[in-house]
Design a binder for this molecule. Sequence first.
Ligand code: GTP
Ligand code: MG
Length: 199
Amino acid sequence: LFAQPCDFIWAATDALQLPPSGPPEIAFAGRSNVGKSSLLNALTNRKALARTSNTPGRTQALNFFDLGTPPRLRLVDMPGYGHAAASKNKIASWTRLMHDYLRGRATLKRVFVLIDGRHGLKPIDNDMLDLLDRAAVSYQAVLTKADDIKDADRAPRLAETAAALAKRPAAFPEIILTSSETGAGIAELRGAIAKLLAE
Ligand code: GTP
Ligand code: MG
């Protein structure tokens, strides 16, 4: 699946611009700088498919990418949150866009919520998880930057994240530890996505 071509198709900054539903969708959410674009590139074997032209706090777009000809999977790069410079207005429009997108997107199979593996869940991540729980959208945590986590921190970070997710109704229990630098966990993530498509 992931050997197939993947192309940017659409960017939406408000609900009116959302593309009609197409193939099954998988979205990637997470704080600014957590590594969403890097992970999309690692998944699709592309160096600059998802560009970091999404200057943190500036672009508030949902970016859509179709994979395969004909498209079999749609990947969605969600705008990062938690950027220090974001104004109240921007946060409000971000929140509105998230609500509008998440509410009744029937083809959305799962949101992968990226969490910086070096820092673990922050309050702002919990706000995102609250939003997903309320929208009853299935989500799964991905701990990023595994290459940059101290060996001794890895197991406790996974355990504390799993414990936090266990209390959440829409969370999928398994956590994937990834590194876009070394490729660790990318095969596992591809496997999880392939499994979702087969359901
Ligand atoms: P926004 O688009 O601003 O929300 O950020 P993003 O989540 O798309 O993060 P991006 O992929 O642009 O990565 C942010 C920074 O983290 C870049 O400097 C990347 O090189 C770095 N980075 C991403 N993935 C990894 C990783 O697996 N390991 C390490 N060490 N650094 C990474
Ligand atoms: Mg990005």
